[in-house]
Design a protein around this ligand. Structure first.
Ligand SMILES: Cc1cc2nc3c(=O)[nH]c(=O)nc-3n(C[C@H](O)[C@H](O)[C@H](O)COP(=O)(O)OP(=O)(O)OC[C@H]3O[C@@H](n4cnc5c(N)ncnc54)[C@H](O)[C@@H]3O)c2cc1C
Length: 481
Protein backbone atom coordinates (compact mmCIF):
# COMPACT_ATOMS: atom_id res chain seq x y z
CA UNK A 1 0.00 0.00 0.00
CA UNK A 2 1.45 3.42 -0.91
CA UNK A 3 2.04 5.94 1.84
CA UNK A 4 -0.75 8.44 2.52
CA UNK A 5 -0.27 12.18 2.08
CA UNK A 6 -0.22 14.75 4.87
CA UNK A 7 -3.62 16.29 4.13
CA UNK A 8 -5.56 19.02 5.93
CA UNK A 9 -7.05 16.56 8.42
CA UNK A 10 -3.58 15.28 9.41
CA UNK A 11 -2.23 18.83 9.63
CA UNK A 12 -5.11 19.79 11.87
CA UNK A 13 -4.35 16.86 14.18
CA UNK A 14 -0.62 17.70 14.22
CA UNK A 15 -1.51 21.26 15.24
CA UNK A 16 -3.74 19.88 18.00
CA UNK A 17 -0.78 17.90 19.32
CA UNK A 18 2.16 20.31 18.95
CA UNK A 19 0.57 23.74 18.44
CA UNK A 20 0.32 25.76 15.23
CA UNK A 21 3.73 27.39 15.72
CA UNK A 22 5.35 23.97 15.65
CA UNK A 23 3.85 22.58 12.48
CA UNK A 24 5.66 23.89 9.44
CA UNK A 25 4.40 23.69 5.87
CA UNK A 26 5.84 26.73 4.11
CA UNK A 27 8.14 25.52 1.32
CA UNK A 28 11.01 27.86 2.18
CA UNK A 29 11.34 26.51 5.73
CA UNK A 30 10.63 22.93 4.63
CA UNK A 31 13.66 23.22 2.34
CA UNK A 32 15.91 23.38 5.45
CA UNK A 33 14.67 19.92 6.44
CA UNK A 34 14.98 18.39 2.96
CA UNK A 35 18.66 17.57 3.28
CA UNK A 36 21.39 16.84 5.78
CA UNK A 37 25.15 17.18 5.18
CA UNK A 38 25.37 14.35 2.66
CA UNK A 39 26.12 15.64 -0.82
CA UNK A 40 23.58 14.94 -3.61
CA UNK A 41 20.65 13.69 -1.50
CA UNK A 42 17.56 15.80 -1.07
CA UNK A 43 13.80 15.21 -0.72
CA UNK A 44 11.10 17.59 0.46
CA UNK A 45 8.97 16.70 3.50
CA UNK A 46 5.27 17.53 3.39
CA UNK A 47 5.34 18.88 6.95
CA UNK A 48 7.77 19.39 9.81
CA UNK A 49 6.54 19.00 13.37
CA UNK A 50 8.50 20.07 16.44
CA UNK A 51 7.10 18.37 19.56
CA UNK A 52 8.43 19.12 23.03
CA UNK A 53 7.39 16.12 25.12
CA UNK A 54 7.57 12.33 24.86
CA UNK A 55 3.78 12.27 24.97
CA UNK A 56 3.56 14.53 21.91
CA UNK A 57 6.07 12.34 20.03
CA UNK A 58 3.97 9.27 20.93
CA UNK A 59 0.77 10.92 19.71
CA UNK A 60 2.42 11.98 16.43
CA UNK A 61 3.68 8.43 15.85
CA UNK A 62 0.27 6.94 16.63
CA UNK A 63 -1.31 9.33 14.12
CA UNK A 64 1.30 8.56 11.46
CA UNK A 65 1.03 4.83 12.08
CA UNK A 66 -2.75 4.72 11.87
CA UNK A 67 -2.68 6.79 8.67
CA UNK A 68 0.33 5.17 7.04
CA UNK A 69 2.44 8.32 6.86
CA UNK A 70 6.25 8.09 6.86
CA UNK A 71 8.11 9.90 9.65
CA UNK A 72 11.77 10.91 9.57
CA UNK A 73 13.25 11.84 12.99
CA UNK A 74 15.75 14.68 12.90
CA UNK A 75 18.26 16.19 15.32
CA UNK A 76 20.89 18.65 14.08
CA UNK A 77 20.79 17.50 10.44
CA UNK A 78 24.55 16.88 10.27
CA UNK A 79 24.22 13.27 9.11
CA UNK A 80 26.68 12.18 6.42
CA UNK A 81 24.73 9.18 5.10
CA UNK A 82 21.47 10.95 4.20
CA UNK A 83 19.73 9.34 7.18
CA UNK A 84 17.79 12.50 7.96
CA UNK A 85 16.57 13.01 4.36
CA UNK A 86 12.80 12.35 4.15
CA UNK A 87 13.05 10.25 1.01
CA UNK A 88 9.35 9.38 1.07
CA UNK A 89 8.15 12.88 1.97
CA UNK A 90 5.69 12.69 4.87
CA UNK A 91 6.55 14.20 8.25
CA UNK A 92 9.94 15.27 9.54
CA UNK A 93 9.80 14.99 13.32
CA UNK A 94 12.38 17.45 14.59
CA UNK A 95 13.59 17.00 18.16
CA UNK A 96 15.09 20.51 18.23
CA UNK A 97 12.77 21.80 20.99
CA UNK A 98 13.42 18.80 23.26
CA UNK A 99 16.80 20.19 24.30
CA UNK A 100 16.74 20.27 28.10
CA UNK A 101 19.00 18.48 30.53
CA UNK A 102 16.76 16.61 32.98
CA UNK A 103 19.38 15.85 35.65
CA UNK A 104 23.12 15.79 36.22
CA UNK A 105 23.71 13.18 38.92
CA UNK A 106 27.25 13.76 40.21
CA UNK A 107 27.10 10.89 42.73
CA UNK A 108 26.28 8.27 40.13
CA UNK A 109 28.14 10.11 37.36
CA UNK A 110 25.15 10.05 35.03
CA UNK A 111 23.34 12.67 32.98
CA UNK A 112 19.73 12.35 31.89
CA UNK A 113 18.86 14.54 28.95
CA UNK A 114 16.36 15.19 26.21
CA UNK A 115 17.69 14.28 22.76
CA UNK A 116 17.71 17.68 21.06
CA UNK A 117 20.49 19.22 23.14
CA UNK A 118 23.51 20.13 21.02
CA UNK A 119 26.46 17.92 21.98
CA UNK A 120 28.80 20.85 22.68
CA UNK A 121 26.19 22.50 24.90
CA UNK A 122 25.83 19.31 26.94
CA UNK A 123 29.63 19.25 27.26
CA UNK A 124 29.67 22.82 28.61
CA UNK A 125 27.01 22.05 31.21
CA UNK A 126 28.79 18.87 32.30
CA UNK A 127 32.11 20.72 32.59
CA UNK A 128 30.55 22.98 35.26
CA UNK A 129 30.28 19.79 37.35
CA UNK A 130 33.78 18.55 36.46
CA UNK A 131 32.34 15.87 34.15
CA UNK A 132 32.44 15.03 30.44
CA UNK A 133 30.74 12.86 27.81
CA UNK A 134 33.69 11.48 25.84
CA UNK A 135 32.28 10.97 22.29
CA UNK A 136 33.23 14.15 20.42
CA UNK A 137 32.06 14.14 16.81
CA UNK A 138 33.83 16.94 14.95
CA UNK A 139 30.35 18.36 14.25
CA UNK A 140 29.69 18.77 17.99
CA UNK A 141 28.76 22.44 17.68
CA UNK A 142 25.67 21.49 15.65
CA UNK A 143 24.82 17.80 16.14
CA UNK A 144 22.57 16.58 18.95
CA UNK A 145 22.75 13.83 21.55
CA UNK A 146 19.73 12.12 19.95
CA UNK A 147 21.54 12.08 16.61
CA UNK A 148 24.71 10.82 18.32
CA UNK A 149 22.73 7.95 19.85
CA UNK A 150 20.93 7.17 16.58
CA UNK A 151 24.24 7.07 14.68
CA UNK A 152 26.38 5.68 17.52
CA UNK A 153 28.68 8.62 16.88
CA UNK A 154 32.39 8.50 17.57
CA UNK A 155 35.00 11.18 17.02
CA UNK A 156 38.70 11.81 17.69
CA UNK A 157 38.56 10.52 21.28
CA UNK A 158 36.97 7.18 20.28
CA UNK A 159 40.38 5.46 20.18
CA UNK A 160 40.70 5.86 23.95
CA UNK A 161 37.13 6.27 25.15
CA UNK A 162 34.99 4.34 22.68
CA UNK A 163 31.80 5.48 20.95
CA UNK A 164 28.33 6.63 22.05
CA UNK A 165 27.13 3.04 22.56
CA UNK A 166 29.63 2.62 25.40
CA UNK A 167 27.91 5.36 27.44
CA UNK A 168 24.14 5.00 26.98
CA UNK A 169 22.63 3.18 29.98
CA UNK A 170 18.98 4.19 29.71
CA UNK A 171 16.59 5.27 27.00
CA UNK A 172 12.99 6.44 26.72
CA UNK A 173 11.94 5.48 23.21
CA UNK A 174 8.79 5.93 21.18
CA UNK A 175 8.09 3.06 18.80
CA UNK A 176 6.57 3.37 15.33
CA UNK A 177 3.02 2.80 16.65
CA UNK A 178 3.37 5.34 19.47
CA UNK A 179 4.20 2.86 22.24
CA UNK A 180 6.51 4.41 24.85
CA UNK A 181 9.27 2.21 26.29
CA UNK A 182 11.43 3.19 29.25
CA UNK A 183 14.52 1.03 29.36
CA UNK A 184 17.52 0.75 31.65
CA UNK A 185 18.53 3.53 34.02
CA UNK A 186 21.60 4.70 35.92
CA UNK A 187 23.04 1.21 35.81
CA UNK A 188 26.56 0.25 34.87
CA UNK A 189 25.56 -3.39 34.51
CA UNK A 190 22.27 -4.80 33.33
CA UNK A 191 21.84 -8.30 31.93
CA UNK A 192 18.05 -8.40 31.93
CA UNK A 193 17.01 -9.90 28.60
CA UNK A 194 18.10 -8.79 25.14
CA UNK A 195 19.93 -5.48 25.10
CA UNK A 196 17.35 -3.27 23.37
CA UNK A 197 19.16 -0.08 24.41
CA UNK A 198 22.19 -1.21 22.47
CA UNK A 199 20.05 -2.23 19.51
CA UNK A 200 18.31 1.15 19.32
CA UNK A 201 21.65 2.93 19.69
CA UNK A 202 23.04 3.04 16.17
CA UNK A 203 19.72 2.10 14.54
CA UNK A 204 19.64 5.43 12.68
CA UNK A 205 16.11 6.36 13.68
CA UNK A 206 14.62 3.27 12.01
CA UNK A 207 13.57 1.33 15.13
CA UNK A 208 12.49 4.01 17.62
CA UNK A 209 12.64 7.72 18.41
CA UNK A 210 14.81 8.46 21.43
CA UNK A 211 13.05 11.08 23.58
CA UNK A 212 15.25 10.86 26.68
CA UNK A 213 18.57 9.22 27.46
CA UNK A 214 20.60 8.45 30.55
CA UNK A 215 24.29 8.55 29.81
CA UNK A 216 27.36 7.59 31.81
CA UNK A 217 29.86 10.43 32.14
CA UNK A 218 33.48 10.57 33.31
CA UNK A 219 35.55 13.01 35.36
CA UNK A 220 36.82 15.80 33.15
CA UNK A 221 40.58 15.36 32.63
CA UNK A 222 42.45 18.11 34.44
CA UNK A 223 45.31 18.40 31.98
CA UNK A 224 45.16 18.22 28.18
CA UNK A 225 48.13 18.73 25.89
CA UNK A 226 48.08 18.59 22.09
CA UNK A 227 50.96 17.78 19.77
CA UNK A 228 51.19 18.53 16.07
CA UNK A 229 53.44 15.88 14.57
CA UNK A 230 54.06 16.17 10.82
CA UNK A 231 55.53 13.29 8.79
CA UNK A 232 56.91 13.05 5.28
CA UNK A 233 54.54 10.20 4.40
CA UNK A 234 51.42 8.34 5.54
CA UNK A 235 53.43 5.13 6.18
CA UNK A 236 55.55 6.85 8.84
CA UNK A 237 52.49 8.41 10.47
CA UNK A 238 50.74 5.02 10.59
CA UNK A 239 53.76 3.19 12.00
CA UNK A 240 53.97 5.88 14.66
CA UNK A 241 50.28 5.41 15.62
CA UNK A 242 50.68 1.62 15.69
CA UNK A 243 53.69 1.77 18.02
CA UNK A 244 52.07 4.32 20.32
CA UNK A 245 49.16 1.92 20.82
CA UNK A 246 51.50 -1.05 21.34
CA UNK A 247 53.26 0.74 24.19
CA UNK A 248 49.90 1.22 25.95
CA UNK A 249 50.41 4.98 26.27
CA UNK A 250 46.82 5.59 25.17
CA UNK A 251 46.52 9.19 24.03
CA UNK A 252 42.95 10.47 23.75
CA UNK A 253 43.28 10.85 19.99
CA UNK A 254 45.60 10.61 17.01
CA UNK A 255 44.03 12.57 14.18
CA UNK A 256 45.26 12.75 10.61
CA UNK A 257 45.19 15.01 7.54
CA UNK A 258 47.03 14.24 4.36
CA UNK A 259 49.16 17.00 2.78
CA UNK A 260 46.60 17.98 0.10
CA UNK A 261 43.99 18.51 2.79
CA UNK A 262 46.38 20.70 4.79
CA UNK A 263 46.90 22.86 1.68
CA UNK A 264 43.16 23.19 1.08
CA UNK A 265 42.43 24.13 4.69
CA UNK A 266 45.25 26.65 4.70
CA UNK A 267 43.64 28.27 1.64
CA UNK A 268 40.19 28.20 3.26
CA UNK A 269 41.41 29.68 6.54
CA UNK A 270 43.74 32.06 4.70
CA UNK A 271 46.57 31.26 7.04
CA UNK A 272 49.80 29.31 7.01
CA UNK A 273 49.85 25.98 8.80
CA UNK A 274 53.25 24.72 10.04
CA UNK A 275 54.97 22.16 7.81
CA UNK A 276 52.79 22.66 4.75
CA UNK A 277 55.17 20.45 2.76
CA UNK A 278 54.60 17.41 5.00
CA UNK A 279 52.42 14.71 3.45
CA UNK A 280 50.82 13.62 6.70
CA UNK A 281 49.89 15.80 9.67
CA UNK A 282 48.94 14.11 12.92
CA UNK A 283 47.45 15.77 15.97
CA UNK A 284 47.93 13.81 19.17
CA UNK A 285 45.92 14.67 22.25
CA UNK A 286 47.11 13.49 25.64
CA UNK A 287 44.91 13.89 28.69
CA UNK A 288 45.37 13.06 32.35
CA UNK A 289 45.08 14.27 35.89
CA UNK A 290 48.43 15.90 36.50
CA UNK A 291 51.00 17.76 34.46
CA UNK A 292 53.86 15.46 35.39
CA UNK A 293 52.20 12.27 34.11
CA UNK A 294 50.93 13.97 30.96
CA UNK A 295 54.39 15.39 30.26
CA UNK A 296 55.97 11.97 30.76
CA UNK A 297 53.48 10.49 28.29
CA UNK A 298 54.07 13.10 25.63
CA UNK A 299 57.84 12.89 26.02
CA UNK A 300 57.60 9.15 25.34
CA UNK A 301 55.19 9.73 22.41
CA UNK A 302 57.63 12.33 21.07
CA UNK A 303 60.46 9.79 21.16
CA UNK A 304 58.36 7.29 19.20
CA UNK A 305 57.43 9.98 16.68
CA UNK A 306 61.06 10.93 16.08
CA UNK A 307 62.00 7.27 15.70
CA UNK A 308 59.44 7.06 12.87
CA UNK A 309 60.72 10.15 11.09
CA UNK A 310 58.59 12.96 12.56
CA UNK A 311 59.68 16.29 11.06
CA UNK A 312 58.98 18.08 14.32
CA UNK A 313 56.86 17.93 17.46
CA UNK A 314 54.97 21.11 18.22
CA UNK A 315 53.38 21.30 21.66
CA UNK A 316 50.22 23.25 22.55
CA UNK A 317 49.42 23.61 26.24
CA UNK A 318 47.41 26.84 26.45
CA UNK A 319 43.77 27.07 25.30
CA UNK A 320 44.50 29.47 22.41
CA UNK A 321 47.40 27.42 21.07
CA UNK A 322 45.34 24.24 21.26
CA UNK A 323 42.41 25.81 19.41
CA UNK A 324 44.78 27.07 16.72
CA UNK A 325 46.36 23.64 16.37
CA UNK A 326 42.96 21.92 16.03
CA UNK A 327 41.32 24.53 13.83
CA UNK A 328 42.57 23.09 10.50
CA UNK A 329 41.37 19.58 11.40
CA UNK A 330 37.98 20.85 12.57
CA UNK A 331 37.51 22.89 9.42
CA UNK A 332 38.19 20.11 6.90
CA UNK A 333 34.47 19.48 6.33
CA UNK A 334 33.69 23.16 5.75
CA UNK A 335 36.77 23.56 3.55
CA UNK A 336 35.93 20.71 1.21
CA UNK A 337 32.28 21.73 1.06
CA UNK A 338 33.28 25.27 0.09
CA UNK A 339 36.27 24.71 -2.18
CA UNK A 340 35.46 21.45 -3.98
CA UNK A 341 32.58 19.83 -5.80
CA UNK A 342 31.95 16.87 -3.58
CA UNK A 343 30.38 13.72 -5.00
CA UNK A 344 30.93 11.33 -2.10
CA UNK A 345 31.95 11.58 1.56
CA UNK A 346 33.17 8.18 2.65
CA UNK A 347 33.73 6.94 6.19
CA UNK A 348 36.00 3.91 5.79
CA UNK A 349 37.65 1.85 8.48
CA UNK A 350 40.46 -0.69 8.17
CA UNK A 351 42.86 -2.33 10.61
CA UNK A 352 45.27 0.55 11.35
CA UNK A 353 48.31 -1.02 9.73
CA UNK A 354 46.45 -1.10 6.36
CA UNK A 355 45.85 2.66 6.24
CA UNK A 356 48.73 3.50 3.84
CA UNK A 357 47.55 0.81 1.44
CA UNK A 358 43.98 2.02 1.68
CA UNK A 359 44.96 5.59 0.87
CA UNK A 360 47.26 4.75 -2.03
CA UNK A 361 44.70 2.38 -3.57
CA UNK A 362 41.93 4.93 -3.15
CA UNK A 363 43.97 7.53 -5.00
CA UNK A 364 44.64 5.13 -7.84
CA UNK A 365 40.96 4.13 -8.05
CA UNK A 366 39.51 7.63 -7.88
CA UNK A 367 42.10 8.91 -10.36
CA UNK A 368 40.64 6.56 -13.00
CA UNK A 369 37.38 8.50 -12.68
CA UNK A 370 39.15 11.82 -13.11
CA UNK A 371 38.28 12.69 -9.52
CA UNK A 372 40.34 13.63 -6.47
CA UNK A 373 40.18 12.02 -3.06
CA UNK A 374 41.00 13.95 0.10
CA UNK A 375 41.77 11.77 3.11
CA UNK A 376 41.72 12.72 6.78
CA UNK A 377 40.21 11.41 9.99
CA UNK A 378 40.80 9.28 12.99
CA UNK A 379 44.17 7.56 12.44
CA UNK A 380 44.15 6.21 16.00
CA UNK A 381 41.27 3.82 15.31
CA UNK A 382 41.76 3.17 11.60
CA UNK A 383 38.78 5.34 10.57
CA UNK A 384 39.71 7.29 7.45
CA UNK A 385 37.32 9.78 5.86
CA UNK A 386 37.70 9.99 2.11
CA UNK A 387 35.96 12.90 0.39
CA UNK A 388 35.78 12.50 -3.37
CA UNK A 389 35.56 15.65 -5.48
CA UNK A 390 35.48 16.57 -9.13
CA UNK A 391 36.41 19.73 -10.95
CA UNK A 392 33.75 22.39 -10.37
CA UNK A 393 33.11 22.71 -14.11
CA UNK A 394 32.41 19.00 -14.51
CA UNK A 395 29.50 16.71 -13.77
CA UNK A 396 29.68 13.03 -12.92
CA UNK A 397 26.59 10.98 -13.65
CA UNK A 398 25.00 8.72 -11.07
CA UNK A 399 26.16 5.49 -12.77
CA UNK A 400 29.78 6.69 -12.68
CA UNK A 401 29.59 7.67 -9.03
CA UNK A 402 28.02 4.31 -8.28
CA UNK A 403 30.84 2.39 -10.03
CA UNK A 404 33.49 4.42 -8.28
CA UNK A 405 31.93 3.95 -4.85
CA UNK A 406 31.61 0.23 -5.49
CA UNK A 407 35.36 0.07 -6.22
CA UNK A 408 36.15 2.12 -3.12
CA UNK A 409 34.22 -0.35 -0.99
CA UNK A 410 35.81 -3.36 -2.72
CA UNK A 411 39.24 -2.01 -1.83
CA UNK A 412 38.23 -1.31 1.77
CA UNK A 413 36.65 -4.72 2.29
CA UNK A 414 39.62 -6.49 0.68
CA UNK A 415 41.80 -4.90 3.38
CA UNK A 416 39.60 -6.34 6.14
CA UNK A 417 37.69 -3.08 6.60
CA UNK A 418 34.09 -1.89 6.77
CA UNK A 419 32.19 0.57 4.58
CA UNK A 420 31.19 2.81 7.47
CA UNK A 421 32.75 3.33 10.90
CA UNK A 422 30.60 6.08 12.41
CA UNK A 423 28.41 7.80 9.79
CA UNK A 424 26.04 4.86 9.31
CA UNK A 425 24.39 3.29 6.28
CA UNK A 426 21.51 5.77 6.09
CA UNK A 427 20.24 6.08 2.58
CA UNK A 428 23.51 6.58 0.76
CA UNK A 429 25.08 3.19 1.47
CA UNK A 430 22.06 0.92 1.04
CA UNK A 431 23.00 -0.10 -2.51
CA UNK A 432 26.34 -1.37 -1.17
CA UNK A 433 25.13 -3.14 1.95
CA UNK A 434 25.18 -6.56 0.33
CA UNK A 435 28.88 -6.09 -0.42
CA UNK A 436 29.59 -5.79 3.30
CA UNK A 437 27.07 -8.10 4.97
CA UNK A 438 25.98 -11.56 3.97
CA UNK A 439 22.39 -12.34 2.98
CA UNK A 440 21.58 -14.04 6.28
CA UNK A 441 22.65 -11.02 8.32
CA UNK A 442 20.55 -8.71 6.15
CA UNK A 443 17.57 -11.08 6.41
CA UNK A 444 17.87 -11.10 10.21
CA UNK A 445 18.11 -7.30 10.32
CA UNK A 446 14.98 -7.07 8.17
CA UNK A 447 13.15 -9.25 10.68
CA UNK A 448 14.24 -6.94 13.50
CA UNK A 449 12.95 -3.91 11.57
CA UNK A 450 9.69 -5.78 10.87
CA UNK A 451 9.27 -6.58 14.58
CA UNK A 452 9.73 -2.93 15.59
CA UNK A 453 7.94 -1.29 12.69
CA UNK A 454 5.73 -3.69 10.72
CA UNK A 455 4.16 -0.88 8.67
CA UNK A 456 7.57 0.62 7.81
CA UNK A 457 6.60 4.16 8.72
CA UNK A 458 9.63 5.07 10.84
CA UNK A 459 12.45 6.49 8.73
CA UNK A 460 11.62 4.19 5.82
CA UNK A 461 14.21 3.65 3.12
CA UNK A 462 17.14 3.84 5.55
CA UNK A 463 19.71 1.23 6.59
CA UNK A 464 17.87 -1.67 4.94
CA UNK A 465 16.05 -2.06 1.67
CA UNK A 466 12.76 -3.03 3.37
CA UNK A 467 9.38 -3.49 1.66
CA UNK A 468 8.27 -0.40 -0.19
CA UNK A 469 11.70 1.14 0.10
CA UNK A 470 13.19 -1.56 -2.13
CA UNK A 471 12.17 0.25 -5.29
CA UNK A 472 12.29 3.71 -3.91
CA UNK A 473 15.97 4.44 -3.74
CA UNK A 474 17.69 5.38 -6.95
CA UNK A 475 21.16 6.27 -5.69
CA UNK A 476 22.00 9.96 -6.10
CA UNK A 477 18.47 10.62 -7.24
CA UNK A 478 18.61 14.33 -6.59
CA UNK A 479 21.74 16.16 -7.56
CA UNK A 480 20.55 19.48 -6.21
CA UNK A 481 23.34 20.29 -3.72
C1 LIG B 1 31.68 18.46 9.57
C2 LIG B 1 31.14 17.15 10.14
C3 LIG B 1 31.95 16.41 10.99
C4 LIG B 1 31.47 15.20 11.52
N1 LIG B 1 32.28 14.49 12.35
C5 LIG B 1 31.83 13.34 12.89
C6 LIG B 1 32.67 12.59 13.78
O1 LIG B 1 33.80 12.98 14.09
N2 LIG B 1 32.18 11.43 14.28
C7 LIG B 1 30.92 10.98 13.96
O2 LIG B 1 30.53 9.93 14.45
N3 LIG B 1 30.12 11.66 13.11
C8 LIG B 1 30.53 12.82 12.58
N4 LIG B 1 29.72 13.53 11.72
C9 LIG B 1 28.39 12.99 11.37
C10 LIG B 1 27.21 13.52 12.24
O3 LIG B 1 27.53 14.76 12.82
C11 LIG B 1 26.85 12.51 13.32
O4 LIG B 1 26.33 11.34 12.74
C12 LIG B 1 25.84 13.03 14.36
O5 LIG B 1 25.71 12.07 15.38
C13 LIG B 1 24.46 13.32 13.77
O6 LIG B 1 23.71 14.00 14.75
P1 LIG B 1 22.51 14.97 14.33
O7 LIG B 1 21.88 15.47 15.57
O8 LIG B 1 22.99 16.00 13.38
O9 LIG B 1 21.54 13.94 13.61
P2 LIG B 1 20.72 14.09 12.28
O10 LIG B 1 21.64 14.36 11.14
O11 LIG B 1 19.60 15.01 12.45
O12 LIG B 1 20.13 12.62 12.15
C14 LIG B 1 20.98 11.52 11.99
C15 LIG B 1 20.15 10.23 12.05
O13 LIG B 1 19.65 10.05 13.35
C16 LIG B 1 18.22 9.99 13.36
N5 LIG B 1 17.83 10.70 14.58
C17 LIG B 1 18.13 11.96 14.96
N6 LIG B 1 17.65 12.20 16.18
C18 LIG B 1 17.03 11.07 16.59
C19 LIG B 1 16.34 10.69 17.78
N7 LIG B 1 16.20 11.51 18.80
N8 LIG B 1 15.83 9.44 17.84
C20 LIG B 1 15.98 8.57 16.82
N9 LIG B 1 16.61 8.88 15.68
C21 LIG B 1 17.13 10.11 15.58
C22 LIG B 1 17.79 10.63 12.06
O14 LIG B 1 16.57 10.09 11.62
C23 LIG B 1 18.93 10.26 11.14
O15 LIG B 1 18.74 8.96 10.63
C24 LIG B 1 30.17 14.73 11.18
C25 LIG B 1 29.36 15.50 10.33
C26 LIG B 1 29.84 16.70 9.81
C27 LIG B 1 28.94 17.49 8.91
Amino acid sequence: MPYAKVDDRILHELIEIAGAANVITDPETLENYAHDETPLYKAMPEAVVRPDTTDQVARIMLLAHENNIPVTPRGGGTCLSAGAVPIHGGIVLSLERMNKIVEIDEDNMMVTTQPGIVTEQLGKELAKHGLFFPPDPVSLDSCTIGGNIAECAGGPRAMKYGVTRNYVTGITAVLADGTVLKMGGKLLKNATGYDLINLITGSEGTLAIVTEATIRVLPLPKVIVDLLVPFACVEEATDFAVEVMQTGLMPASIEFMEGDVVHMVSKYLARQIPYMDANAHTIVEIDGDDKKTVRKTYDRIGEIALKHGALDILVAEGTRDKERMWEPRKKVGDTLKELTKNVAREDLVVPKKQIPQLISRLKECVGKYDATVYTFGHLGDGNIHADVSIDKTRNMDAAHIDRMRREIYEITLSLGGAITAEHGVGLSKIPYLAMALDEKQIALMKKIKQAFDPKNVLNPGKVLPVGKADKAIPPHSSAGR
